[in-house]
Each structure stands twice: as C-alpha cells, then as structure tokens.
Design a protein around this ligand. Structure first.
Ligand SMILES: *[C@@H]1O[C@H](CO)[C@@H](O)[C@H](O)[C@H]1NC(C)=O
Ligand SMILES: *[C@@H]1O[C@H](CO)[C@@H](O)[C@H](O)[C@H]1NC(C)=O
Ligand SMILES: *[C@@H]1O[C@H](CO)[C@@H](O)[C@H](O)[C@H]1NC(C)=O
Length: 291
C-alpha cells in the first residue's frame, strides 16, 4: 500500500495494530466514542484524543477475545478515497474539533451512512450515501472518508451498509445474466433477498445511492418482485405479500417473472422483461424477528 504524507506517522503495522487500524469504534453501552485508528493511536504527543484511542485499542482487543464485537459501531476509513470529498447533497456540513466529533455527529443522525473529515480544516461532511456508485466530485489535501458499519445485535451484516432511517441493510451485487433461474442464486444466504422496494422513500434512496452507477454498469438494477406466487399472477414480494408501492413503466408489467428490472435510463421505472439480459442488483438483509 502507498505511504501517505502530510505528517502522519508511518505505518509499520504489526498484526495487533492492524486489527485496530483506522477504525473508530463506539461503545454503545457506554454511549461514548473511542478512537482506535492507527493514525490517532500513534499520534499521542499531538492529539488530545489519545486517551480515547488508548481505550479503544484496549476495548477492541478485549472484544476480539470475548466476542462481543457485534455490540459496537464502527467507521472504517476507505483509503482509496483519500483526498477526495463531496459537498453536494450532504446531510450536514460542520466545523468540528476533531474526528471524534464528526463520528459522533454521524452516529446521532440516523440518515448518516458515511462521512468525510478533513483534519486540516476540521470540516465534517455527513452523507446518506456509501459512495459505491456515486462520484466524489471534489478533491483536496487532508480529506478522509469513513463508512459506518453497524452490526448492532445482528440487525445488519458487516459487509452490508445500514441505512438506519429506513431500517435498510443492503449490499450491491455485480452484473449478472438475469433469468428466472440465475436470479435464485443471488442474495441466497440466510435472511437475504433481493431488495424490497416497498415505499417511495426506498425507491428514491436507491436512486440516490446509484446516481452514477451508469459509469460502471449501463444496465438495469434487479429488485424483488414475482408474479408466480399469486393465483391470478399479480405481482407480489417473494413471501407472497402485496406490494404497497410500485413504479411500473407505462404498459408494465407485461410479462410474468420472478424479479423486476429498474432502469436508471428510464427514470428508474420498473419493467418485467422476460428476455435474457444483464442487471446488477441489490441484496437486502432482512430483519429476523426471532433473534
Ligand atoms: C444470458 O444467458 C442466455 C442463456 O444462457 C444467453 O442466451 C444469453 O445470450 C445471455 N445473455 C448475455 C447478455 O450474456
Ligand atoms: C392474489 O390473487 C387473488 C385472486 O386470485 C386476489 O384476490 C388477491 O388480491 C391477490 N393478492 C395479491 C397480493 O395481489
Ligand atoms: C402469466 O401467466 C399466466 C398463466 O400462464 C397467463 O395466463 C398470463 O397471461 C401471464 N401474464 C402475462 C402478463 O404474460
């Protein structure tokens, strides 16, 4: 990995340090935030956060042993996004004293999924977008990007994003050749399914987080829906329940099927095309009431 400049301590990570590297963790039980980023943990002569970082390294180490890590919230620094940021469509922009306060602001805002923080200007920008399929239009020295990973009580999985505002735990999938048979092979882990777009808010959230997906996949996005469960072939979710919301294009649905294609190039309208065609997809991790 490439070494960064701007006064950061160098990273000669041992196995122990790697486990705590660039992670901010929150102990939800104590409702306080603690830094365990390698950067802050080592900058103990300059940072007033060093007391937190020390505790967090300790806490993480402890958690790894006793396996209580799922009770914590983490924010992971995505190094590939260093020195870029986005200030359009943000939830909130503020000046803060330190990274810890930016993290706290994100935690306290249930639409917050990620944040950019600039340690030079102490600027904090909160977003509801994980920036997987949206571009970061700005660049500048000192910006770092953090994505939250909230696995509290098993509600969400570590490799999924959690949008607390809509209680949506989701993951993006690659392009597949979508047919009734291939669609059953994706999102097939326990409690996973294609994303259920059951409200205007979910529809518009998906539109937000995939705004630039066309740069990667110029194809449809597959979402949940089937006409094969209802005796009169009406479209339902995969558990047979009625869809409270839909955004079918004019004349749609005009075919039976086991998934729905959402076309970004047609204002994200829904289509029930039967012909073999590619789509990328979004998986949802369903809440399991029995936990
Ligand atoms: C998808 O699969 C079908 C059947 O296997 C094939 O005929 C079709 O060409 C494939 N489409 C693409 C875009 O690969
Ligand atoms: C399924 O079909 C029945 C009639 O066969 C209809 O009364 C019912 O409303 C349909 N259910 C849904 C969820 O669309
Ligand atoms: C769905 O399948 C049923 C049964 O084969 C058929 O009667 C119906 O016309 C089909 N619907 C569409 C829109 O193709």
């Amino acid at each position: 990995m490439q070494e960064k400049k701007k006064g950061e301590p160098s990273h000669e990570t041992s196995a122990y340090e790697r486990s705590a590297e660039e992670i901010i963790c929150l102990d939800m039980l104590k409702e306080e935030i603690m830094h365990s980023s390698n950067y802050i943990a080592r900058a103990n002569t300059v940072s007033k956060n060093c007391i937190y970082s020390f505790f967090c390294v300790f806490l993480l180490y402890f958690n790894c042993i006793v396996g209580t890590i799922i009770k914590d919230i983490f924010a992971l620094n995505v190094k590939a996004y260093d020195d870029t940021y986005e200030d359009e469509k943000s939830l909130h922009i503020s000046k803060v004293e330190a990274l810890i306060h930016c993290s706290m602001e994100c935690l306290n805002q249930n639409r917050c999924v990620s944040y950019f923080y600039n340690g030079v200007s102490n600027t904090c920008i909160l977003h509801e977008d994980p920036f997987t399929y949206t571009i970061r239009s700005q660049s500048g020295a000192g910006w770092k990007f953090y994505i939250t990973i909230i696995t509290d009580s098993g509600r969400c999985k570590p490799d999924f994003f959690y949008y607390r505002y809509l209680d949506l735990c989701y993951k993006f999938g690659v392009a597949i050749n979508a047919t009734d048979s291939t669609i059953t092979t994706i999102c097939s882990e326990p409690n996973e399914d294609l994303v259920r777009v059951d409200s205007e808010e979910r529809q518009s959230y998906i539109e937000t987080i995939t705004a630039d997906i066309g740069l990667v996949y110029k194809i449809a996005i597959c979402i949940q829906g089937t006409s094969m469960l209802n005796s009169s072939h009406q479209w339902t979710f995969n558990d047979g329940t009625r869809m409270p919301y839909s955004k079918w294009a004019k004349g749609q649905p005009d075919a039976n099927g086991t998934f729905i294609r959402m076309f970004r190039s047609y204002k994200y309208k829904w289509y029930s095309l039967v012909d073999d065609n590619m789509c990328s997809y979004i998986c949802e991790y369903k809440y399991n009431d029995s936990i």
